[in-house]
Unconditional design. Structure first.
Length: 536
């Protein structure tokens, strides 16, 4: 056969290994053949050519590995059908036949010989014409991991949509419950107050005093119910006194509301943690106890907190009916509460475990403690003897015989109420007002009042922190806390923060003037019997 120029349609390599055999000397032809095969073997994709009947003429090492064989195995002469299930032979034959005519893509499944795992191979078929034959070029890419990732992402998106829907449902249920409580309890009480005021307008003068006392009692009850509702939504103790005090308060209230007896054991020296961390741990315990009421049927529960060198550990146990953990394995069908608990703990770098059986359910959580976290991190954890010297400093002398008072409260109505109650006290004067904690510190340093009436919950800098900053600056001002909050340990923490007393806003009409005068006379005032009765 005479020499002929390669056709324009001739591939740069052929399945028989010839590169215009009649035109290239044998040594050069063998060199180019070996070089090109070496280049193909270095590709990260599988390349092969086969006859239209499926017989492999050439396959690079990557193609061989994709088919589950040893990389250096020679597949020449092997039919592709040997790698495909018999039920797919017809589909393979169709792909080879049509691929010889026009580009075509498809997928085939390959069973891993050792593990039996099913792998997915994406194939591209196209026409390849050499000088001697017409074959099918096949490019193979393994997409097993890509498809698995796509499927996992799809399932994750579906799970996220389901969780979002459940969160919205729970949010609506909670809003419905809050609306019902506000309507059935607070709303009804306010309606009674309104009717009482209407009756008071028509009452003879002799009945007015008794009616006012009745109305004041009803309003006090409404105030208490609203305060309780706000506490459940976010306990102020987390901000002011930390996790231990907040949990003891919550557990006591929880037991009263549900008749579930809860035993709590927590170290007395539990350190203050970051607010986000304390809130997350509080919510996990709150959700666990809520599940005791909703699902377990147990009338007893135990909460245990312990601290080791590197972590804080939590255990919540009940003696209820438990549940089948196999039904929630891997997070399937687990409630949004359990999911939120798990997410909170994971965000803290910890782990959550739930064990359940016929004897009850136990929730275990462990989170790493931040480095350097100890009691000294919280100024509110200082002991009283650390600040006694500052607390006993004398008050500044009044220039006009009147004692000067600075009011710090972020609510204008509260400030107006204090001014109204003190307005007819001729020996007292309001020298200034502050709307947040930073202003309170600045004005205390500037005005040097005799007394600071200080709200406990203040923007920018909370009440106890304001007290600490003032004491640290050495300003000899008396501090009287003025707060809505009443909870165990408030007196202890107020003393430790350098305060000279506190009164509850709900008792202001009976306690404010008494408290102001007591503190100005160097007598501590920590609420009346009414205030103590409110503390739980």
């Amino acid at each position: 056969m005479g020499k002929r120029k390669p056709s324009r349609r001739t591939s740069t390599y052929t399945t028989t290994g010839s590169l215009a055999e009649d035109a290239i000397p044998e040594p050069n032809r063998r060199y180019h053949h070996d070089l090109f095969r070496s280049l193909l073997d270095d590709l990260d994709i599988g390349v092969a050519d086969a006859t239209q009947d499926g017989v492999i003429l050439y396959a690079n090492s990557r193609f061989v590995k994709i088919l589950g064989r040893v990389a250096d195995e020679n597949l020449a002469g092997t039919n592709l059908r040997s790698f495909v299930a018999m039920r797919d032979w017809d589909a393979l034959a169709t792909a080879l036949r049509e691929g010889a005519e026009h580009p075509l893509q498809g997928e085939m499944k390959v069973v891993e010989a050792e593990s039996g795992a099913l792998r997915t191979i994406r194939l591209s078929f196209s026409h390849l014409e050499s000088g001697k034959s017409s074959t099918v070029k096949i490019v193979a890419t393994e997409v097993t991991e890509q498809l698995a990732t796509a499927q996992a992402l799809k399932e994750s998106e579906a799970s996220l949509q389901s969780l979002s829907a459940r969160l919205l449902q729970v949010q609506d249920e909670e809003r419905r419950r809050m609306a019902r409580d506000l309507h059935d309890i607070t709303g009804q009480e306010l309606a009674i107050v309104i009717m009482s005021l209407d009756r008071l307008q028509k009452a003879p003068n002799g009945e007015i005093h008794g009616s006012l006392a009745e109305i004041a009692g009803q309003v006090r009850k409404v105030e208490s119910e609203i305060r309780t509702l706000s506490y459940v939504l976010h306990p102020p103790l987390l901000d002011e006194m930390g996790l231990r005090s907040a949990l003891y308060w919550y557990i006591e209230g929880f037991s009263k509301r549900t008749n579930v007896r809860v035993e709590a054991e927590m170290p007395s020296d539990l350190p203050r943690l970051g607010l986000d961390m304390e809130t997350a741990l509080f919510r996990v315990i709150q959700e666990s106890l809520t599940n005791v009421v909703r699902h377990s049927g147990s009338r007893k529960a135990r909460v245990n907190l312990s601290v080791d060198f590197h972590s804080l550990n939590i255990s919540i146990e009940d003696e209820g009916k438990g549940f089948d953990q196999r039904k929630t394995a891997g997070g399937r069908k687990s409630g949004v509460g359990v999911q939120s608990m798990n997410d909170r703990i994971k965000l803290l770098g910890g782990k959550l475990e739930i064990r359940s059986g016929k004897g009850g359910t136990r929730v275990l959580a462990s989170v790493p403690l931040p480095r350097g976290e100890d009691d000294a991190a919280s100024e509110e954890s200082k002991q009283p003897n650390e600040i006694d010297a500052n607390r006993s400093a004398p008050a500044s002398a009044a220039t006009n015989g009147r004692r000067r008072i600075l009011i710090a409260d972020d609510h204008v109505v509260a400030r107006q109420g204090i001014k109204f109650l003190l307005g007819d006290q001729s020996d007292l004067e309001i020298c200034g007002e502050a709307e947040d904690g930073l202003q309170a510190v600045a004005k205390a340093l500037e005005l040097k009042p005799d007394l600071l009436i200080l709200d406990l919950s203040m923007p920018h800098l909370r009440g106890f922190s304001v007290a600490h900053e003032i004491r640290k600056a050495g300003v000899p001002v008396k501090i009287l806390m003025y707060t809505t909050h009443s909870y165990p340990g408030l007196e202890r923490v107020a003393r430790a923060a350098g305060c000279n007393g506190f009164i509850l806003k709900s008792d202001a009409t009976t306690d404010l003037i008494r408290g102001v005068r007591a503190v100005l006379q160097n007598v501590e005032f920590y609420g009346s019997e009414t205030a103590r009765a409110h503390s739980v």
